[in-house]
Structures are given as structure tokens and as C-alpha cells.
Design a protein around this ligand. Structure first.
Ligand code: KIV
Length: 264
């Protein structure tokens, strides 16, 4: 089966269908998501916090992104895989092109994502002209949290105007979709109406063209962490803890390994 392409995503958008995306980082999770109708698997630099235990996305390197994006490509065959450009990897067009080319050529991903609006639009325009499919990302920008924090965007007129200007700049630059992260729902819905590329919301309400969630958040994998924008569809942390406890108990009382797990 052919992988979902950027063109397929745009066709879905033009047909009025919702675009469903998940952020995940490894082959086996990708294989499970790929058996559903998930359109886009984003290998986000949230990797740094969700998998690597950092307190922000800033420490994530190109090598980290390449390793995990390649894993997700290996584990999936249907969804479009998008690799995030990590912190400080796209400050100039030359850096952006070199690092995007590495993601596309060394991992097999179909597109890259990078954060920013008006400020990065000229770089994105040249990337797109060079043949790189780009997903934009505005609203809360985790790579800039040291400057901006994690405050919801688009709640006052200045913020609304800024976001719309950013979205239009990204549209003009040729992105095939725009992540809206942590944006007031009325603002996200208004932007979605004003532009002609799909908006993919996370904490941006139901008025976006599609949604993205971090797989670990909706699976309840990170104990005690339940962001408002995420719904826990299951509680895997409890399931895993119960399984680990059973293993520990059975090793201690000698009931594991049993005959089924033993070689003669
Ligand atoms: O890094 C990430 O996973 C993301 C998504 C949450 C949009 O940027």
C-alpha cells in the first residue's frame, strides 16, 4: 500500500474530512497507530520530554530526531511520517535545508515540521521551493518556552492579529498544514476559516481541520501527567504497574518462570 502523501492530506482537507495525527517516537507504537486511520505520524521533538526525561524540547538533537524518525518510518507503512526539526537546527536557510534533507533522505519521512510564523516564513518558502514538504507550527512554541512560556495564545486582539498574520505568512510560504498549539478555540476556528491550508489543533478546540495529540498523553502512560488539552482514552500507567508488580511477585515466590517459559 502506498503511504499517505501530502497531496492525500490536502485532498482530505478539500473533501472536508478531519485529519487525524499522533505524535509518537518508536516503531512498535507507530505500527499500532498505523493499523488505525491515523493520517499523520509526527515524530515530535516532544521526544525530549516524553521519552528522554528532559524538562523541555531544547536538548533534543538532530541525531535524536533522525534515530526516532527512522524508527517510526520502519514501524509504519500507511501514514505520512513528519519529522520535527529540533531547536536551533533551522536558523538559516542553509541549516534548514541541510537538516531537512537529512530527515527526508536518512529516515524516509515524507515531510518536516518547524516552529514559527512570520519570522521563519522566508526560510520555509525556500525550503518548499527546494522540494521539502513543510508543516508549520504556531501558537505555543515549546522551543521558545524560555522566552514565551507555555501561555495560551490568541486571547487578546494583539495576539489574535499576530496569529492570523503568522498563519497567512505560512500559507504564503507554501506549508501543507499548520499545527495550532494552545490557541483559544474561537481564534483557532477563525484562522481555520481564513486560510486555505489545514490547521491541526492541539489544545485549539474542535474548529480546526484536524487534531494532533501526543500518544503517551492519550494513553495515560505518564503517571500523574494529564494536560488539559489531552483526554486519556486509557490508563496504561496503571496497567503497566500492575504487570510489573505481578512479575516481581512471581519471581519472588518462584512461580515465574513456569514450565511454559522454560526450555528442556
Ligand atoms: O513535538 C510535538 O510532539 C509537537 C506536537 C505536540 C504538535 O510539536
Amino acid at each position: 500500500m502506498n503511504r499517505t502523501s501530502v497531496k492525500d492530506i490536502l485532498k482530505k482537507y478539500n473533501d472536508g474530512q478531519k485529519i487525524v495525527s499522533l505524535s509518537l517516537y518508536d516503531a512498535w507504537m507507530a505500527a499500532l497507530a498505523d493499523q488505525t486511520e491515523t493520517d499523520i505520524l509526527l515524530v515530535g521533538d516532544s521526544l525530549g520530554m516524553v521519552v528522554m526525561g528532559h524538562d523541555s524540547t531544547v536538548p533534543v538533537s538532530m541525531e535524536d530526531m533522525l534515530r526516532h524518525t527512522a524508527s517510526v518510518v520502519r514501524g509504519s507503512s500507511k501514514a505520512l511520517v513528519v519529522g520535527d526539526l529540533p531547536f536551533a537546527s533551522y536558523g538559516s536557510f542553509d541549516d534548514a535545508l541541510r537538516n531537512s534533507a537529512r530527515i527526508l533522505q536518512e529516515t524516509g519521512a515524507g515531510a518536516v515540521k518547524l516552529e514559527g510564523g512570520v519570522d521563519v516564513a522566508p526560510i520555509i518558502k525556500k525550503l518548499v521551493q527546494s522540494g521539502v514538504p513543510v508543516m508549520g507550527h504556531i501558537g505555543i512554541l515549546p522551543q521558545s518556552f524560555k522566552l514565551e512560556g507555555y501561555k495560551i495564545k490568541g486571547r487578546d486582539q494583539a495576539g489574535i492579529d499576530r496569529l492570523l498574520e503568522d498563519a497567512k505568512a505560512l500559507e504564503d510560504a507554501g506549508v501543507f498544514s499548520i499545527v495550532l498549539e494552545g490557541v483559544a478555540e474561537e481564534t483557532a476556528a477563525m484562522i481555520t476559516k481564513e486560510i486555505n491550508v489545514p490547521t491541526i489543533g492541539i489544545g485549539a478546540g474542535v474548529g480546526c481541520s484536524g487534531q494532533i495529540q501526543v500518544a503517551h498523553d492519550i494513553l495515560g502512560l505518564i503517571e500523574g501527567f494529564k494536560p488539559k488539552h489531552a483526554k486519556q482514552f486509557t490508563d496504561l500507567a496503571s496497567t503497566i504497574k500492575t504487570a510489573f508488580s505481578s512479575y516481581v511477585n512471581e519471581v519472588k515466590d518462584g512461580s515465574f518462570p513456569g514450565q511454559d517459559n522454560t526450555f528442556k
